[in-house]
Design a protein around this ligand. Structure first.
Ligand SMILES: C[S@@+](CC[C@H](N)C(=O)[O-])C[C@H]1O[C@@H](n2cnc3c(N)ncnc32)[C@H](O)[C@@H]1O
Length: 259
């Protein structure tokens, strides 16, 4: 069987975020719960503007728009932005979507709320991660809130090796592994058996290293948020209602910070 390597955008965006995500049982209901939690904890009202940072294929952006919010979403992946655009128009909602880098957020005092969902924070070195928070801070109006939906570093999921059947083939995902000295959750190796074209697709080096995530503790995140000017920082242990206090064995670490 032929073997080909694909870069981050092609491999990860298309296979994981679009094809694999849509096969996860109950994903729509999960997204609804997350969106309701965000609207409640960010104290958003109909007509308010929200920024969906690293919006992926737009699954949450579209639901925010359906709830009457004015939504702007951006992502580094052009593949995902194209999918998000198509989904928004199929759903008949208006979402302002564009390709952008979260290290270069240029909005000034525009949004009542901003979200970084599904642990899309910590992809870079410490200075760049801080820059993401600084850009988010600048993008908010005074009193606006940022929500970070993160894995709980004290209770990481038990990652398993899994085979999933997705469109045109089978996706093998190896477990993530935590590099404890650096606090980095190392990118998850994966391959796709493309049964339609009778070939195996591997991730190239770029695809692998772009998948690393720095795991910050609550204390570290708090210090970073305060550093860029946020105040009234709250922590929750799940990304759905009811609000649950954050503790070591919670599923998630959700951080809300006010400008
Ligand atoms: C775990 S996915 C989450 C996507 C979406 N928020 C969701 O919950 O489904 C992480 C996202 O971060 C995006 N991303 C990675 N680096 C980025 C960057 N520098 N700027 C903006 N988005 C980025 C990826 O393309 C991907 O869509």
């Amino acid at each position: 069987m032929e073997t080909v390597e694909k870069g981050w955008d092609e491999f990860w965006a298309e296979l994981f975020r679009v094809k694999h995500r849509s096969t996860i049982p109950g994903i729509q209901q999960y997204d609804n719960l997350v969106v309701d939690f965000c609207i409640e904890t960010l104290k958003l009202q109909e007509g308010d503007e929200i920024l969906d940072i690293a919006c992926g294929a737009g699954d949450h952006s579209i639901k925010f728009a359906q709830k009457g919010l004015q939504v702007t979403g951006f992502d580094i992946s052009q593949t995902l932005i194209a999918v998000a655009d198509k989904k928004a128009s199929d759903a008949g909602v208006e979402v302002n979507l564009f390709r952008g880098d979260m290290r270069e957020i240029n909005f000034v005092k525009r949004f009542s709320g901003a979200v970084i969902l599904s642990h899309s924070f910590g992809f870079f070195n410490h200075e760049e991660n801080l820059r993401v928070l600084e850009g988010s801070f600048n993008a908010l109006i005074d009193g606006g809130r940022l929500l970070l939906d993160l894995m709980n570093p004290y209770n990481l999921p038990k990652f398993q090796k899994t085979w999933s059947k997705i469109e045109n083939g089978y996706l093998l995902s190896e477990p993530h592994s935590l590099d404890a000295p650096s606090g980095v959750l190392k990118g998850r190796p994966a391959l796709f058996v493309d049964s339609e074209k009778a070939r195996i697709i591997l991730m190239d080096q770029d695809a692998m290293s772009n998948n690393d995530i720095r795991m910050y503790t609550a204390l570290e995140i708090r210090a970073m948020l305060e550093d860029v000017g946020f105040k009234r920082i709250e922590l929750f242990g799940q990304n759905k209602l009811p609000k649950m206090p954050y503790s070591a064995n919670c599923e998630r670490m959700v951080v809300i910070a006010e400008k």
